[in-house]
Design a binder for this molecule. Structure first.
Ligand SMILES: [Zn+2]
Length: 507
């Protein structure tokens, strides 16, 4: 048993990608390099300013404990299709080489997304944690903080000491969750607690917005349950509906202090409650076309989220359907961002600010992109390296142009990203409060930043958007039955605290 107050060495690192199995956008190591690729030691042990938020949480908690920290690879890419196999292995092996070089360590804290897939690797997180376990051996605790839009595999649970998922969506508790990981690692190292996992599979999938009922109450109850002395952590793994893996689906994960009976009971209770809420939490977005036909503008900006084309879920971000619907309705004074169209950006930079020429905007990437917009646009503003900044995370927008055609303005970017902060508009000089309609490529994370300026906020789904929900025919590897794809569940399944058996994959 470790000595209380001893100074420990914590190794930390991150490999993060939310993989959409149906996305037409390939993922290679270049996507990580252009988004976030920080090599070992590059963040500096005493400078917290530029640490990505979860790593900041690790660092701050470690500093308060008087621990030293060894920072390994931190890599993250915008959500897209499965990662190139060789490139995934480079990322994993770089992290493992960093850990090997840092050994001996007393504990490991990782930030993994939880929904990363690569060609040949349906469970990247399980694979990474298993590799880490092989290096550190059975006794060194491994803690992981994850996004709840994840697939929880048996390997992840078996190989990690503890897994803590953000509770909030929008993810406003990233740093707090990361700190909780290190705090529990410390208590484990001091021999104060023994985390034991309890799982419950409610055999369902949805999108759970925790900023409103009924999920607000659900999360508050999870937080309250963590105050019980025998309960260390309570996580709802929301699941990521666009990952085609046998592990796809919602899960309850509870860590008790070596009290399986209490942990199982709590996981079951929350899991069954989640299932009972399924109709209230059902993810059914209004159709963009139908909604826009009833829209009354004037009196302040209405924010419309093009949720089925959210790059934050792996969609292209160049779907035009909502824009066409607004134009057809005669609605003007519209601005759209961030709109991914590297070709239009290149043309805008080639023409230069002030030029007015015929552009083809959007509708290019795939069948999920709608019809292109062919209009004369003025190149209003060009920014060489724009970025969106959220809690020290710098989201590169790349070369960015503001194009204007009559009352329509589109912020086209060379990098793909979702809207989270208003600077995706203001970086090219857009006056948001003067607009009637603001269209964001996002599903939920934009809400806190846009609420103060929005008269109304609506999340919509265009019929050809990649992230429309509920088509069970798209999956090859899903374990059924699962609500809402199936309405009849197996008798007795609700009392089962075991994770589903793994189905062998061919890819
Ligand atoms: Zn998420």
């Amino acid at each position: 048993m470790a000595i209380e107050g001893a100074s420990f060495k914590l190794f930390c690192g991150a490999v993060s990608h939310e993989t959409n199995s149906f996305s037409p956008i390939p993922t290679s190591i270049e996507n990580f390099k252009s988004n976030m690729m920080i090599y070992r030691g590059a963040l500096g042990p005493s400078d917290t300013k530029d640490w990505p938020e979860p790593l900041q949480g690790f660092r701050e908690e470690a500093a308060e404990l008087g621990w030293t920290i060894d920072q390994g690879l931190c890599a993250s890419a915008t959500p897209s299709g499965p990662c190139n196999r060789a490139d995934y292995e480079i990322l994993r092996d770089t992290l493992i080489a960093d850990l090997s070089a840092a050994m001996p360590v007393d504990a490991v804290a990782l930030c993994l997304h939880g929904a990363m897939m690569a060609h040949g690797y349906p469970d990247c997180e399980g694979d990474i944690i298993a590799h880490v376990r092989r290096i550190v051996g059975p006794d060194i605790p491994i803690g992981v903080v994850l996004d709840p839009h994840a697939h929880l595999s048996a390997t992840m649970v078996e190989q990690a000491t503890l897994l803590i998922f953000f509770k909030e969506y929008p993810h406003t508790d990233v740093k707090a969750s990361a700190r909780a990981v290190v705090s529990l690692l410390a208590r484990s190292l001091r021999g104060e607690v023994t985390p034991v996992a309890s799982l419950y599979n409610p055999q369902m999938i949805s999108m759970y917005f925790t900023d409103k009922p009924p999920m607000r109450d659900f999360v508050d109850a999870m937080i309250k349950a963590e105050t019980r002395s025998e309960i260390l952590s309570v996580s709802l793994v929301h699941g990521f509906p666009w990952g085609d893996t046998p592990d796809m689906g919602s899960r309850m994960l509870v860590y008790s202090d070596n009290d399986s009976e209490a942990g199982d009971a709590l996981a079951s209770r929350f899991g069954q409650q989640l299932y009972e809420l399924r109709h209230e939490t059902a993810y059914e977005l209004p159709d963009a076309g139908e909604f826009v036909s009833t829209l009354n503008v004037g009196g302040g900006p209405i924010v419309l989220a093009d949720a089925a084309d959210n790059p934050g879920g792996g969609a292209p971000g160049d779907n035009t359907t909502l824009i066409h619907c607004l134009l057809k309705q005669g609605i003007e004074n519209i601005v759209v961002a961030p709109f991914w169209d590297p070709c239009a950006v290149a043309d805008a930079f080639a023409h230069g600010e002030g030029a007015s020429v015929l552009f083809r905007v959007g509708g290019k990437v795939s069948a999920f992109s709608g019809l292109p917009i062919d209009r004369e646009f003025e190149v209003v503003r060009l920014v060489e390296r724009a970025e969106q900044v959220v809690e020290n995370w710098h989201w590169p927008m790349g070369r960015t142009a503001l194009l204007r055609s009559g009352g329509l303005e589109i912020v086209v970017t060379s990098e793909r990203l979702q809207a989270i902060n208003t600077d995706v508009f203001t970086c090219v000089g857009v006056d948001l409060e003067a607009k009637d309609v603001i269209v964001v490529k996002s599903a939920q994370h934009f809400v806190p930043a846009f609420e103060p300026i929005a008269r109304e906020i609506h999340q919509l789904a265009a019929e050809d958007g990649l992230l429309r929900f509920g088509d069970a025919n798209r999956y090859k590897n899903l374990i059924r039955p699962m609500w809402p794809f199936d309405t009849i569940l197996l008798a007795g399944s609700l009392g089962d605290c075991q994770i589903q058996p793994q189905k062998k994959l061919n890819n």
